[in-house]
Write a protein that binds this ligand. Structure first.
Ligand code: ZN
Length: 291
């Protein structure tokens, strides 16, 4: 039996006045990857997106979830990942045509939507990130600089059976001035640039941080476990069918004898028979007689 290596660690670098998060995904990532047909470059992009979704939940202070959704990037039809406040994550990518064998270039005009849902107040906030080229991490840094006015550095990696990420953010005092010493932010940025993908994905988290920041007063918080988790349910499937309308469901019934809905995130299959569909639209008259 192997230990699961899926965690989020928050930490502070006291001397530099920086807070950070370190994420590594192992079993959860393998589960996400097994649900789709991914070539190496596409898996790398999805793994980085998944790690980013977990990293970004590190600064959310309420119950809810954060999702990352790429739109309008040509053959890359869909790239999506989300993570809940308690560490359940899932993701998906869809490619149109033969799978890419070279690193995926995101098209000019592609946008990443970052959506934060607060489950307590039932509100959502969405920010859009323009993205181009192959470096997701740079696009995310720009997002935090603009949306939170926080200098941010992000490293993302996916290779083999693991993916992971490391994020640093400068802590500002109530008056807006940086909290650490004057050169702190600059210094930790240079240190972070020496981190290799192998170290990020392979070393124990304490060692990653001590190797980089041993003179910065690392305060590592306990690990929060992360795991694959899907929020699909029969209720959500029923809501979706109601939104599609009675005629759609009845057409599927007539064609296949049942309405089959497959969750693309977890491959769970929901099968609704004639009686289920009738009950679902009980309050509505049959589609054929509706005007
Ligand atoms: Zn599901």
């Amino acid at each position: 039996m192997t230990m699961s290596d899926d965690f989020l660690h928050r930490f502070q670098l006291e001397r530099a006045g920086v807070r950070g998060a370190l994420v590594r995904l192992d079993h959860s990532w393998q589960r996400v990857r097994a649900n789709g047909d991914y070539s190496g470059p596409l898996a790398e992009l999805l793994g980085q997106t998944l790690a980013a979704s977990a990293l970004f939940t590190s600064s959310i202070k309420f119950d809810g979830r954060l999702s990352i959704h790429l739109r309008d990037s040509g053959a890359l039809r869909l790239l999506f990942a989300d993570c809940t406040h308690d560490g359940q994550l899932r993701g998906i990518a869809r490619w149109h045509g033969p799978l890419p064998q070279a690193p995926v270039q995101l098209e000019a005009g592609a946008r990443l939507a970052i959506t934060i849902e607060n489950a307590v107040t039932d509100t959502r906030y969405q920010g859009l990130v323009p993205v181009e080229g192959d470096a997701l991490a740079h696009a995310f840094e720009g997002y935090f600089a603009r949306s939170e006015q926080l200098p941010t550095r992000i490293v993302l990696a996916a290779a083999g059976d693991r993916c992971g990420g490391l994020m640093l953010q400068q802590i500002a005092s109530a008056g807006g001035a940086a909290m650490g010493d004057a050169d702190g932010w600059n210094r930790v940025g240079h240190l972070l640039a020496t981190l290799t993908d192998e170290e990020l994905l392979g070393l124990p988290p304490e060692q990653v941080l001590l190797r980089l920041f041993h003179e910065e007063g690392v305060r590592l918080q306990p690990a929060q476990p992360l795991a694959f988790g899907c929020t699909c349910s029969l209720t959500r499937v029923e809501d979706m069918l109601r939104a599609l309308g009675r005629a759609e469901s009845e057409a599927a019934l007539a064609e296949q004898g049942s309405v089959d809905v497959n969750c693309e995130f977890c491959n769970r299959r929901y099968v609704l028979d004639e009686a289920d569909i009738a009950a679902l639209f009980e309050a509505e008259p049959p589609a054929a007689t509706r005007h």
